[in-house]
Design a protein around this ligand. Structure first.
Ligand SMILES: [Zn+2]
Length: 196
């Protein structure tokens, strides 16, 4: 029994997609690699929550607040892409198909889980649409039951906002996850977005 290794394995096994077996492999790999590597890893992990926060405008992850996307004057402020989670911003931004700004909802409406509109950053979204001269709101939530419910809710709220509301075209697998969509699929979804 080696306590430090066991603890490491237990912690690594909590990561998504990592079972006990691969957690063990990772732990031994970290042990076999240089002490500097282990120290770097530990330092980055320890500082993670200190160095990364949510942008006060869009809600995305950032080291500076407001984030580089919100302060980038080269972006088209008339396009606002609404996503469920902060990590979705990066997925869509990496696709290079979208050059507007983002808004992170912080979840989806899920009555069964007790998550209602008031738990999401919907008020802030509405005020942004009014203030930032948004011409088109692109709803980019996943095509799940909760995603559809949320999209419908937002569409109704934004009906009289003066902005057009569109949703990413199908092309993402039903029940699928934005995170796993490849760049090409995402680009196609953006170009083929549909008016709601
Ligand atoms: Zn931002």
């Amino acid at each position: 029994m080696i306590n430090a290794l066991d603890r490491l394995v237990t912690l690594l096994a909590k990561l998504p997609g990592v079972g006990k077996k691969s957690a063990g492999r990772m732990a031994y790999h970290i042990l076999d690699t240089s002490p500097e590597y282990a120290r770097d890893l530990a330092e980055v992990l320890a500082a993670l929550h200190r160095s990364i926060r949510h942008c006060r405008i869009c809600g995305g992850f950032t080291e500076t607040d407001p984030c580089p996307i919100c302060t980038d004057s080269g972006r088209d402020a008339s396009l606002l892409c609404v996503v469920e989670r902060a990590q979705d911003v990066r997925v869509i931004d990496d696709s290079r198909e979208f050059h507007g700004r983002f808004h992170v909802l912080g979840g989806l409406i899920a009555p069964l889980e007790g998550i209602g509109p008031e738990d999401l950053s919907i008020g802030r979204l509405l005020s942004r649409v009014g203030k930032e001269g948004v011409r088109e709101v692109i709803l980019a939530m996943n095509p799940t039951l909760e995603g559809d419910t949320t999209a419908l809710y937002l569409q109704k709220l934004l009906k009289d906002s003066g902005a057009e509301v569109t949703r990413l075209a199908s092309g993402l697998p039903v029940g699928g996850d934005l995170e796993y969509a490849d760049r090409l699929t995402l680009s196609r979804s953006f170009r083929g977005r549909v008016k709601l």
